[in-house]
Design a protein around this ligand. Structure first.
Ligand SMILES: C[S@@+](CC[C@H](N)C(=O)[O-])C[C@H]1O[C@@H](n2cnc3c(N)ncnc32)[C@H](O)[C@@H]1O
Length: 409
């Protein structure tokens, strides 16, 4: 089955997440670096999308016939024929002239009326409906209608009209709630966006499956040894993955505990069903855990947040300090958490000439025989670094996401 994924603001990471999540993922065309066409035989629905951080909306292709825009009113009528009462529809279009979009909206409405179906639409020729509106209007679950996705796609010198319907869309309000309304927010250590935490957890799940094929579709235990106020542990709990979280700072430990308690209440996930343990620990000192976790997923430490570009001198100092911390942590993980794969985010600093990133830590990775990895079909952005890079235009500290398989046993 073919789908179109409307990607978040870091398209390469979003595609990597899809590849990590779907075992038979096969990437097709990527349109305007923001929509990825892909094939999979796995089930794609709203609950699948809820577990992704990097995709905003997914549409399923509904016909491969070579149709034109004139056929769209009939396509809509076919899609809604099993629904009763007044229907709602909407259009999401790519590379279709604005004047045409208005015409299609009107023709669809008229066609429904002629067929005796009362209807209304959400969205307009200027802007497709917001994802919250699609949920409110019950277009995703198909109860009250549907959203058609229409894209002109260049395929082997031909221009095809890709026709699909939206089957899943991100619940933006719930992301905002868990980011902004959790009881403890510590902006002094930088806040990991919940969506990036989800992506990192999906990479962790992928590494566990790669390391241990018996683990597929299983629950995995996650350790975040630099947990801060706990965005990764919270997202793990929502996913119903047991979690161990530690931090060198007691303030962070207490904040993380409070945030976990809050998310448990919000989601009604009880400790007896999904366990969590939060404790004070220096991640550079040996871990003494009753059982090894399945995977480490952690943001490590990014250093101080920056409101301006750091000077070259300052960057050099931060880099040296951070490099040492990352190396010491990896040495410790290799000896006290042997065989456990790692997903980590390292800092990178914006400078006039580009981004300054960690260097020496790759030598440590080599020495410890960790194996940097990426999901299938994903090329590193920089061929010299087997990693993904997350950065926002307005930020001076970026995050390099590194996936490490443990040494071969
Ligand atoms: C960038 S913050 C992590 C933020 C976290 N992902 C969140 O969402 O809140 C890094 C954390 O690492 C902790 N940290 C720094 N050095 C550490 C060490 N040696 N061992 C454990 N934690 C450490 C800091 O106290 C801080 O809470």
């Amino acid at each position: 089955m073919q789908y179109a994924a409307f990607l978040g603001h870091q398209p390469q990471i979003s595609i990597a997440e899809l590849s990590a999540t779907l075992e038979d993922f096969s990437l097709g065309e990527v349109i305007d670096n923001r929509i990825a066409l892909f094939n999979t035989s796995e089930k794609i629905d709203q609950s699948f999308l809820d577990e992704l951080g990097g995709t905003m909306l997914i549409a399923q292709r509904i016909t491969e016939e070579s149709l034109t825009l004139d056929d769209i009113p009939q396509v809509l009528l076919n899609e809604i024929k099993s629904k009763r009462g007044k229907i709602t529809f909407s259009l999401r279009t790519i590379h279709i002239p604005r004047s045409m979009i208005g015409t299609i909206y009107r023709r669809c409405k008229k066609r429904c009326k002629d067929a005796g179906r009362g209807c209304r639409y959400v969205g307009s020729e200027k802007k497709p409906a917001a994802t919250a509106v699609l949920h409110e209007a019950e277009l995703i679950d198909g109860k009250d209608g549907c959203e058609l996705v229409l894209m002109h796609v260049e395929e082997e010198e031909d221009r095809t009209l890709w026709i699909g319907k939206t089957i899943a869309a991100q619940d933006i309000d719930w992301y905002t709630t868990r980011d902004m309304e959790k009881p403890v927010r510590d902006t002094t250590v930088g806040l990991l966006p919940p969506k990036l935490a989800q992506i990192m957890i999906n990479f962790g799940d992928f590494l566990v499956r790669e390391t241990n094929s018996d683990k597929s579709n299983d629950v995995i235990t996650i350790l975040d040894p630099f947990c801060g106020t706990g965005v990764i542990p919270m997202e793990a709990i929502i996913r119903e993955f047991p979690v161990l979280a530690s931090d060198i700072s007691m303030k962070a430990v207490n904040g993380c505990k409070k945030n976990i308690d809050w998310i448990r209440k919000e989601e009604e996930i009880f400790k007896k069903d999904v366990s969590s343990e939060v404790f004070k620990h220096d991640a550079l000192k040996p871990f003494d855990l009753k059982e090894l976790p399945d995977v480490i997923v952690t943001e490590t430490t990014l250093g101080p947040p920056m409101s301006a570009r750091p000077s070259q001198k300052e960057t050099g100092k931060l880099k040296t300090q951070n490099e040492k911390l990352q190396c010491d942590f990896l040495e410790n993980a290799a000896s006290s958490l042997p065989g456990v794969p790692i997903v980590c985010a390292w800092p990178a600093w914006k400078q006039k000439g580009g981004w300054v990133r960690l260097e020496k830590v790759w030598k440590t990775i080599d020495k410890l025989k960790y194996r940097p990895s990426l999901p299938p079909e994903i090329e590193p952005e920089d061929p010299k670094r087997f990693s993904l890079f997350y950065r926002r235009k307005d930020q001076f500290v970026g995050r390099e996401i590194v996936l490490l398989m443990p040494p071969k046993s």
